[in-house]
Design a protein around this ligand. Structure first.
Ligand code: ADP
Ligand code: MN
Ligand code: MN
Ligand code: MN
Length: 335
C-alpha cells in the first residue's frame, strides 16, 4: 500500500493555508499521470458554498515523503467542479510554459513558542539581547531551534527538493532556507512542499511556524521576507546595462499590482528600515539591500548577465502569485 498526501492551498484570505489529506492506493510507480484527480469539501476551506461544495484536486507535482513509510507528497491545483481553475489557484495564473523563468526564493520564518506566543529564544518575560548576534550564529545563547531546522533540511534533501542552503537570520528564532528551480511553477511547488514539511516537523516539537512578515510588530526586530531572485534568457544573456534598466523600469508603474501579491501586512515590514525599501517608493541598484530590486554585483561582474532580486515579497506571500506577477512585468518589456 502507498500513502499519497494530496496537498492544496485553501481559501483563507489574505493568506492561504496548507491543507492535505491522505489517499491510499495499491501501487504507485512514480509518474504524474498515474495520480488521479480527487475532490474535497470546499465549504470547509472557504472555497465553495455548502450547497455545491465539491472542489477538485489536480495533482501537478510530487516527491517522496521521507517522513512516512511508503509515501509521497502530492502538490495539487484546486479546480472548480467544472474543471476550470478556482480563483484561489495562483499556480494556474503563471505564464511560463517553456520554463524560461528561473526562480530562487529565500524563505524566512520564525520558529514560535505557542504557549508564550513569542519566538524561540525569547524569555517568557522581557526580551533577549537586541538583534545583532543571531544572524548566521552558533551557540546556546544565539541560535534557537537548530534541531528543527536541521531535520527540515535533511527531509527536504531526501525528498529531492532543490534546497540551496539555510541560515540563521537577524532576529532570535528566525531562520531562512533557499530553494531554486529552473521553472516558475516548479519553484512554487517546491516552496510549498518545503513549507508543508516544516509545519509537520513543528508539530513534533510543539513549535509553530510563524510566516507573518512582522510578527514582532514595531519593535526593533527584523521582519521576514521571501526575496524573489529571478531570471529569464533575456536577463541571463543580456550583456548590456540598458536591458537591466529597462526591465527594472518596467516594475515602476506597477508597484501596486506587485505589492498586492507580495504578502499580507507588507506595510508593516517595508518601512525603509531593517534592510527594506519603503512600500511607497520604488528603487533599484547594484548591491543595494535598501532597494526594492537589487542587482547582484555578480550580475554586473559577469558583464550584465545574470539575475535580479526583488526584495519586496514577504515570508507569507504565495510564490505562485509572486512569480506570475514578475513574469508578467518582465514580459511587458517586449524584448
Ligand atoms: P542573499 O541572502 O545574498 O540575498 P541567497 O544566497 O540567500 O542571497 O539567495 C540567492 C538566490 O539567488 C539563491 O536562491 C539562488 O538560487 C538564486 N539565483 C542565483 N542565480 C540565479 C538566476 N540566474 N536566476 C534566478 N535565481 C538565481
Ligand atoms: Mn539569503
Ligand atoms: Mn535573509
Ligand atoms: Mn536576498
Amino acid at each position: 500500500m502507498v500513502k499519497l498526501e494530496y496537498i492544496w492551498l485553501d481559501g483563507n484570505y489574505p493568506t492561504q493555508s496548507l491543507r492535505s489529506k491522505t489517499k491510499v492506493e495499491k501501487e504507485f510507480n512514480g509518474t504524474l499521470e498515474e495520480l488521479s484527480m480527487w475532490s474535497f469539501d470546499g465549504s470547509s476551506t472557504k472555497q465553495a458554498p455548502g450547497g455545491s461544495s465539491d472542489c477538485l484536486l489536480k495533482p501537478v507535482f510530487f516527491v517522496k515523503d521521507p517522513q512516512r513509510k511508503n509515501a509521497y507528497l502530492v502538490m495539487c491545483e484546486v479546480l472548480k467542479a467544472d474543471g476550470t481553475p478556482h480563483p484561489t489557484n495562483g499556480r494556474a495564473t503563471i505564464e511560463d510554459d517553456d520554463n524560461d523563468f528561473w526562480f530562487g526564493f529565500e524563505q524566512e520564518y520564525f520558529l514560535w513558542n505557542p504557549s508564550s506566543n513569542k519566538p524561540l529564544g525569547f524569555p517568557d518575560n522581557g526580551f533577549p539581547h537586541p538583534q545583532g548576534q543571531y544572524y548566521c550564529s552558533v551557540g546556546t545563547n544565539n541560535a534557537f531551534g537548530r534541531d528543527i531546522v536541521e531535520e527540515h533540511l535533511d527531509v527536504c534533501i531526501e525528498a529531492g527538493l532543490n534546497v540551496e542552503g539555510i541560515n540563521a537570520e537577524v532576529a532570535a528564532g528566525q531562520w531562512e532556507f533557499q530553494i531554486f528551480s529552473k521553472g516558475a511553477k516548479d519553484a512554487g511547488d517546491q516552496i510549498w512542499i518545503a513549507r508543508y514539511l516544516l509545519e509537520r516537523i513543528g508539530e513534533k516539537y510543539g513549535v509553530s511556524i510563524n510566516w507573518h512578515c512582522k510578527p514582532l510588530g514595531t519593535l526593533d526586530w527584523n521582519g521576514s521576507g521571501m526575496h524573489a531572485n529571478f531570471s529569464n534568457t533575456l536577463l541571463r544573456t543580456a550583456g548590456d546595462k540598458t536591458v537591466y534598466d529597462k526591465v527594472c523600469e518596467a516594475f515602476r508603474p506597477v508597484v501596486k499590482e506587485h505589492i498586492d501579491v507580495y504578502g499580507a501586512d507588507n506595510h508593516l515590514r517595508l518601512t525603509g528600515l531593517h534592510e527594506t525599501a519603503s512600500i511607497h517608493d520604488f528603487s533599484y541598484g547594484v548591491s543595494d539591500r535598501g532597494a526594492s530590486i537589487r542587482i547582484p554585483v555578480a550580475t554586473v561582474e559577469r558583464g550584465w548577465k545574470g539575475y535580479l532580486e526583488d526584495r519586496r515579497p514577504n515570508s507569507a506571500a504565495d510564490p505562485y502569485k509572486v512569480a506570475a506577477r514578475i513574469i508578467k512585468t518582465v514580459k511587458s518589456v517586449g524584448l
